[in-house]
Design a protein around this ligand. Structure first.
Ligand code: SF4
Length: 201
């Protein structure tokens, strides 16, 4: 076998679909979006285990979109195998304080972007499309409710169209994802910050 052989790439996406998904992400508020093979997403069990590590994440167990309620890295690898391409999305913004309304608004926007691209993908026939964001939907969407309605009442989600699971609970290595997208960290992290999301197609 030739060790210099190029990596196997899946059949290309139709250009009009690729352009459409990138345009949708940008129109919804993304700073950049790019399509890469899903095989380039690195999934690591130990990253998902950090959610219940020491210290445990404050969002652990608060909603169905975080561990232990998500099926984790093993399920993600199955989805990854069914979805040859993905859209990687990044939002840049000036730093905001944690647990502020600005922080929630930005997290909320990220969920709107990835769920919007997912929605478009399903309409275009990518029926396996699934989107992932960051942060806890309990913190971002239901912060003024005592508890998640799905978990506490076995009722419907209050935000089914936009609330999406966090990449963390699936062990997705976000730093490697940024590298696969060929994005560098903002040069001055004191003046710019970023959030990332993902849509499997
Ligand atoms: S009800 Fe709120 S906390 Fe529960 S899954 Fe939906 S958005 Fe998340």
């Amino acid at each position: 076998m030739n060790s210099d052989a190029s990596p196997a790439y899946p059949a290309p996406l139709p250009n009009e679909d690729a352009d459409h998904f990138i345009r949708t992400a940008i129109n919804l508020g993304a700073t950049e979006a790019v399509i890469i093979p899903s095989s380039q997403i690195m999934v690591e069990d130990y990253l998902a285990e950090l959610c219940n590590g020491k210290p445990v994440c404050p969002n652990y167990g608060l909603s169905p979109s975080c561990p232990p309620h998500v099926p984790g890295p093993s399920a993600f690898r199955l989805w990854q195998n069914k979805s040859p391409w993905c859209v990687v999305i990044r939002m840049d913004f000036p730093p905001v304080g944690p647990l502020t309304q600005d922080h929630r608004d930005l997290g909320h926007l990220l969920h709107e972007i990835v769920s919007g691209v997912e929605h478009d993908a399903v309409i275009r026939g990518y029926t396996h499309a699934k989107s992932f964001a960051g942060g806890s939907c309990k913190h971002l969407f239901c912060y003024d409710f005592g508890s998640c309605r799905v978990l506490s009442e076995n009722g419907p989600c209050r935000n089914p169209d936009t609330a999406r699971p966090s990449m963390s609970g699936f062990g997705i290595n976000v730093a490697r994802l940024m590298a696969s997208a060929q994005w560098k960290k903002p040069p001055d992290s004191t003046s710019m910050s970023w959030l990332a999301g993902l849509v499997l197609l």
